[in-house]
Write a protein that binds this ligand. Structure first.
Ligand code: SF4
Ligand code: SF4
Length: 336
């Protein structure tokens, strides 16, 4: 559960570090991209940073980055295609049955975990990354929150590009999951507003939907997969049965554990024992009790690395116990 104080206001998508790198001259990362050093990095010849690793990593993202249908708020099937399907009635067997069907379909399309919450408008962005106010269509009441597992062997190669490829692949599989799941909900006669990391904060929604708890590293920790997940969500007007948020004492563990903070190469994660309402940079949202992660330091490391980083994920004991261990990139390739 989240503790929110009176200083809270909806997060502005323009403050996401990726948006600030493009448009905020005050941001230390302004004008920098994760890929900017890749040509030089490849020349260094390090394991996990070869041309093949770059190709694997960049291609893994391509569906998420190019398939707009993943983020549709309306029907994907062309308007004049299969008009007979538009004459089907809505499926309305009651909330329990509807919830069971939605969860089974989510797993069918690739979700590893799925939970339901009511939409808490505090978690909806005030504006998107370009500065357009976010308006959720009328009638949407519930969030179907889905988490998708990341490969335990590949993620163990962090921060090499083989690990970044695993992250990209999870996002591209999320694009597939979102498109199929959104269309499935519409086929039953309901609204489906599909979202990756856009439009609303995924982690609070996942916490509300009972998928896990927030860790010191700013990520979701699930009982089944630790932090080895990526999250997406669909808002709908379906009347569904909500899951209960978990309270397994993870935040108490985080107070003394600090393994993620010790593992982070750039000290982006707080070592303080107690969480705070105070942000450490503009990309944090004030007014929420947590250990704020310095997204500016984190992103600067990604730019230096040439790919994203999962070191705080793999350092977490809740992830380690799901089978993740430090792996050399070449050893990972040999398992494929
Ligand atoms: S992703 Fe890497 S750089 Fe960023 S906070 Fe985690 S360990 Fe640190
Ligand atoms: S590594 Fe330890 S402190 Fe960090 S999120 Fe996991 S349990 Fe919490």
């Amino acid at each position: 559960m989240y503790t929110v104080n009176s200083g809270y206001s909806q997060f502005d998508g323009r403050n996401i570090i990726f948006a600030r790198a493009l448009s905020d001259p005050q941001c230390p990362c302004y004008g920098h991209s994760v890929e900017e050093h890749l040509p030089d990095i490849v020349k260094e010849g390090k394991s996990g940073y070869s041309l093949i690793d770059v190709a694997l990593y960049e291609a893994a993202w391509v569906v998420y980055e190019t398939y707009g249908g993943a983020f549709s708020w309306g029907r994907l099937r062309p308007l004049d295609a299969k008009p007979e399907l538009d004459r089907l009635e809505s499926y309305n067997p009651g909330p329990e049955q509807l919830t069971a069907v939605v969860k089974k379909a989510a797993r069918f399309y690739g979700a590893s975990l799925v939970g339901i919450s009511r939409i808490d408008s505090r978690w909806v962005y005030s504006h998107d990354r370009e500065g357009t106010p976010v308006e959720i269509p009328e009638g949407a009441t519930h969030a179907v929150v889905m988490a998708l597992e990341m490969d335990p062997r590949g993620i163990g190669t962090t921060p090499a590009l083989t690990s970044s490829a695993v992250v990209g692949l999870a996002y591209s599989r999320i694009a597939f999951l979102l498109a199929c799941m959104g269309e499935f909900i519409r086929n039953l006669g309901y609204k489906a507003i599909q979202m990756g990391n856009d439009t609303a904060l995924s982690i609070p929604l996942a916490v509300d939907a009972g998928l896990g708890e927030l860790g010191r590293h700013g990520l979701l920790i699930t009982p089944q997969l630790g932090s080895r997940v990526r999250i997406c969500k669909i808002f709908t007007d379906m009347e569904l049965v909500c899951d209960n948020p978990l309270d397994t004492g993870i935040q108490q563990v985080c107070k003394t554990c600090r393994k993620c903070a010790e593992a982070c190469e750039v000290d982006a994660i707080s070592f303080e024992e107690e969480p705070t309402f105070e942000p450490v940079c503009k990309s944090n949202n004030p007014g929420v009790l947590k250990w704020p992660v310095n997204a500016e330091k984190c992103y600067a490391f990604w730019c230096e690395n040439g790919g994203d980083c999962a070191t705080c994920i793999t350092a977490c004991p809740f992830t380690v116990r799901t089978g993740v261990k430090e792996t050399a990139p070449d050893d990972f390739w040999n398992t494929l």
